[in-house]
Design a protein around this ligand. Structure first.
Ligand code: ADP
Ligand code: MG
Length: 230
């Protein structure tokens, strides 16, 4: 099977000159279509850095990083912008726009997709909010939603364009355990329905069971999970 994400001998450095510091060391990772991979590991170990490289949010410097068949190592800004259109992102803090309603926030997830008409955007956004259980909150502003509801809006925004890849950085960190569970179950179900690949960073032991595979990052190096989980 062809890898959706193929990382080979990837190194990454922050800073220049004497301050240059290596944060990723010889990362190798192959992820297949439809797989849910969870990445765990201590704070500062390089998880977010790897996620942002895969997502095209920063440019890969050394080694090879192929996402949906495109090499991102050495890619220019235009190529990275194109690559980003294939992904949905879910961050730890939901990153919703406070001045936009739930519906308008979800619509943002479609705005890079020029082929969709405004009517279709509205319809698909409303349907996606319905799927995440917020069909009766379309016109609410983030301030009037609970933490779990806001994170569900963020999930709807990430998935509304039916991306091939979803990247999630500690999506349950700000949630109580029930909302956290609801949120990952939702991601899991939507992903399986849309056949998308998920790379999810978490410290949350309670959600490890949704993973097809768990990888472990420590000191900028990736390993298989050190203990069997299950
Ligand atoms: N923009 C940046 N500039 C310089 N150093 C950074 C930057 N982002 C992260 N780092 C450093 O890179 C290392 C890995 O950070 P990060 O990827 O955020 O780890 P994690 O997500 O596992 O907590 C840390 O030592 C962090 O301080
Ligand atoms: Mg992080």
């Amino acid at each position: 099977m062809q890898s959706v994400i193929s990382v080979q001998n990837l190194n990454h450095y922050f800073g220049k000159g004497q301050l240059r510091k290596q944060v990723l060391f010889d990362i190798n990772l192959e992820i297949n279509a439809g797989e849910i991979i969870i990445m765990t590991g201590p704070s500062g170990s390089g998880k977010t850095t790897l996620l942002t490289l895969v997502g095209g949010l920063r440019s890969a410097q050394e080694g090879s990083l192929r996402v949906l068949g495109r090499e991102l190592c050495g890619a220019n800004a235009g190529q990275l912008t194109l690559a980003r259109r294939n992904h949905g992102y879910i961050f730890q803090a939901h990153n919703l726009h406070g001045s936009l309603t739930a519906l308008q926030n979800v619509r943002m997830g479609l705005e890079l997709h020029k082929s969709v008409t405004p009517e279709q955007m509205k319809k698909r956004s409303a349907e996606m909010l319905d799927l995440v259980g917020l069909g009766n909150r379309l016109n609410y502003y983030p301030d009037d939603l609970s933490g779990g509801q806001k994170q569900r809006v963020a999930i709807a925004r990430a998935l509304v364009s039916q991306p091939k890849i979803v990247l999630a950085d500690e999506p349950t960190a700000a949630l109580d355990s029930k909302s956290g569970r609801d949120v990952v179950n939702l991601m899991h179900n939507l992903a399986k329905e849309q056949d998308c690949t998920i790379l999810l960073v978490t410290h949350d032991n309670r959600i490890l069971d949704i993973a097809d595979r768990i990888v472990y990052m420590e000191d900028g190096k990736l390993a298989k999970a050190p203990v069997a989980v299950g």
